[in-house]
Write a protein that binds this ligand. Structure first.
Ligand code: ZN
Length: 495
């Protein structure tokens, strides 16, 4: 029975995320349901030949999703919604960042126009919701030259304005737009907005670094273009409470890459914006049709928990803070192979409420699920674990990180996660069952303009270990080895 409840909860959580998923296909599907039209509507909008087949194959997934979508509709029926779409390259590929062809872009936008969406710039999305129920906003990140050469003609033809998020330091560089082109976009009704000065990884910056990237970009844009700057798009879609607060001091809105739609009550500094990914061109119809996306891994805890051999007594991985507060984006999904244990963890935030869960059945099996509320001064959580009830809390440290505590009937833990300097991170934990653990991490200044994708870390958790990690957008893979020669592997996706 306990398993059944767990599986149901995990499935529902996954359906909720997938229902608000990153892909236009699924948005249209959810929208279609809300209008009592058929799911097959999205076969038209995605041009997928396989939708019918996938629907049958994935019936169970669909059924659970349908229940979740209906539950969402029951609470949000008739509610206005703003859909913000994230694009990068149009008609040009750099092999890494998503490319959408002009034809595909036009088809996607026409399908939304047909559904009654009114297109506005991102800075006006929420205010437009006051009078228009279905609002959409098209955005292009990074300021590539093809936003001007390829996207502008399509959007002009459709009479749609868009928003470009500019990496200020890259304007006038080869492959990027010039200040003159940005002025043309502005006179075409587009919004020219900020994507920071250097495309820095904001969640790794100290308060000084945040000001340099956020305020610095706004000042340059205003000076060069002579017009107000409303929004910022967080590079790599990565943000935390510190970043959102710093953005709120400088901008009217902040845009993430979180899946989902925005209601009138949406957090203006954490606007949800599904990104088209490199896999979308080839894989979108399959993933949309089968109801899966990259976050399908959310389903894995439910299934893997069943399939994996049962472990002995429970044990948490080091630095597991169930009540993340200051260092919390909208979501994170992780798989960790560590010390003979396979952990899967999930963090999800909606406004002031967050859920975290960790599952491990291999090695020393462990399950913990916590719900947290974020108040003005701290986060408070309550949950259930293999050790029984759990209480958790976290407190911010003035923009430099947070301290956290966790207590169950059997164990307690106190920890801190700090960002003392740009791209440096320090984690410590003291707990009742395994003593002291710590980790120091640093991203050397390699590829500065791309947010320093390479990271190194070293720490102590039973024995000394060291490793490095590599980031690609919201994804991170890390490899470590400890003094006994044991290898650790982790994969995380953050948004
Ligand atoms: Zn970017």
């Amino acid at each position: 029975m306990k398993r059944l409840v767990l599986i149901l909860a995990a499935s529902l959580a996954s359906s909720y995320v997938q229902a608000q998923s990153s892909y236009v296909g699924f948005h249209l599907s959810a929208i279609a349901s809300s209008r009592f039209e058929t799911q097959l509507q999205f076969a038209l909008t995605e041009g997928s030949m396989k939708t019918r087949w996938s629907f049958r194959e994935a019936f169970t997934v669909r059924f659970v999703q349908l229940v979740a979508v209906l539950a969402m509709l029951a609470t949000s029926r008739g509610e206005e919604q703003a859909l913000i779409l994230g694009y990068h390259h149009i008609g040009v590929s750099n092999g890494v960042t998503q490319e959408v062809s002009q034809v595909e872009l036009e088809r996607q936008l026409r399908s939304l126009l047909a559904l009654g969406y009114v297109f506005v710039t991102t800075g006006r999305a929420l205010e437009t919701l006051e009078t228009v129920p279905l609002v959409a906003s098209v955005t292009f990140d990074d300021g590539y030259a093809d936003a001007y050469s390829e996207a502008l003609p399509v959007l002009r033809r459709l009479g749609i304005p868009a928003t470009v998020f500019i990496i200020v330091a890259r304007v006038n560089e080869p492959g990027f737009m010039s200040w003159e082109q940005l002025k043309v976009l502005r006179s075409a009704g587009w919004e020219v907005a900020s994507h920071t000065v250097s495309h820095a990884e904001l969640t790794d910056l100290s308060p000084t670094g945040l000001e340099r990237e956020l305020l610095g970009a706004k000042e340059t844009l205003m000076l060069r273009l002579g017009s107000p700057v409303h929004c910022v798009a967080y590079p790599f879609g990565r943000h935390d409470r510190r970043v959102r607060q710093a953005a709120a001091m400088t901008y009217d809105c902040g845009v993430t890459t979180a899946p989902g739609l925005n209601t009138k009550r949406a957090d203006a500094w954490a606007l949800r914006r599904p990104l088209t990914s490199p896999l979308d061109v080839q894989g979108l119809s399959w993933r949309a049709g089968s109801g899966t996306d990259l976050r399908v891994a959310l389903l894995a805890p439910a299934f893997a928990y069943w399939l994996l051999p049962a472990g002995a007594e429970g044990r948490r991985p080091a630095f597991y803070n169930p009540a993340r507060y200051e260092l919390m984006g909208d979501g994170q999904l992780g798989f960790r192979w560590q010390g003979g244990n396979l952990y899967q963890d999930v963090f999800l935030r909606t406004g002031d409420f967050a859920t975290s869960a960790i599952f491990s059945r291999l090695g020393t099996g462990y399950v913990e699920v916590t719900g947290t509320i974020h108040l003005a001064v701290a986060a408070f959580g309550i949950g259930w674990s293999t050790e029984g009830a759990v209480l958790a809390t976290a407190l911010p440290l003035g923009g430099y990180g947070e301290v956290w505590g966790r207590m169950s009937v059997q164990t307690w833990a106190l920890g801190a996660e700090l960002i003392p300097l740009d791209y440096a991170r320090l984690k410590t934990e003291v707990n009742s069952d395994r003593g002291f653990s710590m980790e120091v991490g640093f991203a050397p200044p390699v590829m500065v303009a791309e947010g320093r994708p390479l990271r190194m870390f070293s720490g102590l958790d039973g024995s000394w270990y060291g490793g490095s990690s590599l980031r690609l957008g919201g994804l991170e893979t890390s490899l470590s080895v400890d003094a006994t020669g044991a290898v650790g592997l982790a994969f995380t996706s953050s948004w």
